[in-house]
Design a protein around this ligand. Structure first.
Ligand code: EPU
Length: 342
C-alpha cells in the first residue's frame, strides 16, 4: 500500500462531511491507488467489515456512526488525452477536486464543464448523482467511467450510455455499493456553444453575454451567481440541494397552476419539473432555524447545520419539510443526499 494507506480506528468524520455532522468510523483508510483500493477491500472482506467509499462527503448525511471501514477515495490524476484542433479528453482520478478540475479545463480554453464551477465534491462522486447546474449536466460531456465492479471484482469501463444517466441519477446511484469509481473521462471542446441561458446566469451576464466568451470567464460568472444564493460549505455546513426538483405529470402541474398561478415549473415532454425551492419557500421554511439546524435564508432547498446539529436533527427537519409540502401541494419530495451510518 502507498504511504497514506494506513488503517486507523475510531476516526471522527465531522470534517469529512460538508454538513459537519459528528459521526465515528470504526475503521478508516485513505486510498491513493487501485492497489490500495484492492488491499482495503480484501481487508474488509477478511474481517467481515461493511465498507463505505467516501469522496469529500458533500452529498451525504451521517445518521450515526459507521460500524465498518470507511474508504476515503484519494486517487489523484489529471491529464489530457486525444488532443486535436477542436477538443480534448480530460482524464480525472476519482479523488480529484471537481471545482479545481473545472478551473483547469476552462483555464486551458476548453468548454463543457464551466457551468459546473464551485460544485463541491470529487470527480469520482460527480457521475453518481450526475451533477448539474445552470443548464448543464455532467452527462453532457462524460465519455466513460472506470470503476471496480464489486460483483465481478473486475475493473470495468462504462461508456456514457451504459451509465444510465438521468436528472440527478445514474446506474451508480441505483446500485449502491456495486461500483467504486476510480476515473472519469470527459470530452471537452474549444468550439461547442456556451450555455448562457439559465435565468440567473443570463441576468448576471447581461450585455456581456456572448458566444465569444472565454470559458474561464463563464466559470467565474457561475461562481459569482452561486455565491449570491448558495452558502459556502466551508463557512456554513450544508450539502447543497437537499431535495431533487420533483418531476410531475403535466396534468398535476396544470392543477397546481390553477390554484397557485406563481408555481415555478419547467415543462419536459409530458411532464413538468417543479422548483422544489419554490414549494418549500411557500410553506414558510426559508430562513427557518430551530437552534441547531435550519433552512438557508437565500435558497430554501438548502438545509444548514448551524451549530452542533446531528444527522438525526437534519433528517427530522427534512421530514417535516416533506410533510408540509406533501400536505399543501400533494407533491412528494425526494432527498438528494444519501443517508449512511446509524
Ligand atoms: N426559488 C424560490 N425560493 C427559493 C429559491 C428559489 O421560490 O428560496 C425559485 C426561484 O425563483 C426559481 C426556482 O425556484 O425560479 C429555481 O431556483 P434556482 O434557480 O435557484 O434553482 P433550483 O432548481 O432551486 C437547481 C439545482 C442546483 C443548481 C441550480 C442552478 C437541483 C436539486 N438543484 O436548483 O443544484 O445549482 O438549479 O442550476 O436540481 C445541488 O444540486 O446541490 C445544487 C445546488
Amino acid at each position: 500500500m502507498s504511504h497514506g494507506a494506513e488503517l486507523q480506528e475510531m476516526v471522527g468524520l465531522s470534517k469529512l462531511n460538508t454538513l459537519c455532522v459528528s459521526a465515528t468510523a470504526k475503521y478508516y483508510i485513505d486510498v491513493e491507488s487501485l492497489d490500495d483500493l484492492h488491499n482495503a477491500l480484501a481487508l474488509a472482506q477478511k474481517k467481515g467489515h461493511q465498507t463505505l467509499v467516501l469522496g469529500s462527503g458533500s452529498n451525504l448525511v451521517f445518521a450515526g456512526d459507521f460500524d465498518g471501514l470507511v474508504i476515503r477515495m484519494r486517487i489523484a490524476a489529471r491529464y489530457w488525452e486525444q488532443v486535436d484542433d477542436t477538443g480534448a479528453t480530460l482524464v480525472l482520478g476519482a479523488g480529484e477536486n471537481w471545482h479545481d478540475a473545472v478551473l483547469y479545463a476552462a483555464g486551458a480554453g476548453y468548454r463543457g464543464i464551466e457551468n459546473l464551477a464551485l460544485i463541491p465534491g470529487t470527480a469520482g462522486a460527480a457521475p453518481v448523482q450526475n451533477i448539474g447546474a445552470y443548464g448543464v449536466e455532467l452527462c453532457d460531456t462524460l465519455i466513460s467511467v472506470t470503476a471496480l465492479d464489486r460483483e465481478s471484482n473486475e475493473l470495468v469501463c462504462l461508456d456514457n450510455s451504459e451509465c444510465g444517466f438521468a436528472y440527478r441519477d445514474s446506474l451508480f446511484k441505483r446500485s449502491p455499493g456495486r461500483y467504486i469509481i476510480s476515473e472519469v473521462r470527459l470530452r471537452l471542446s474549444r468550439t461547442k456553444p456556451l450555455q448562457l441561458g439559465y435565468r440567473d446566469l443570463e441576468e448576471y451576464l447581461g450585455d456581456t453575454a456572448s458566444q465569444d466568451m472565454d470559458p474561464l470567464t463563464v466559470a467565474e460568472a457561475v461562481m459569482a451567481v452561486r455565491r449570491r444564493k448558495l452558502p459556502d460549505p466551508e463557512m456554513i455546513p450544508n450539502a447543497g440541494s437537499f431535495f431533487k426538483n420533483p418531476i410531475v405529470p403535466s396534468e398535476k402541474f396544470d392543477e397546481l397552476q390553477t390554484r397557485y398561478p406563481q408555481v415555478v415549473g419547467y415543462p419536459q415532454n409530458a411532464t413538468v419539473k417543479l422548483a422544489a425551492a419554490w414549494l418549500i419557500d411557500q410553506c414558510g421554511w426559508k430562513g427557518y432555524r430551530n437552534g441547531k439546524v435550519g433552512v438557508h435564508n437565500r435558497q430554501a432547498l438548502v438545509l444548514i447545520n448551524h451549530s452542533g446539529g446531528t444527522g438525526a436533527d437534519i433528517l427530522e427537519l427534512a421530514s417535516e419539510i416533506r410533510e408540509s409540502v406533501q400536505e399543501r401541494f400533494g407533491v412528494a419530495l425526494e432527498m438528494e443526499p444519501g443517508v449512511v451510518g446509524g
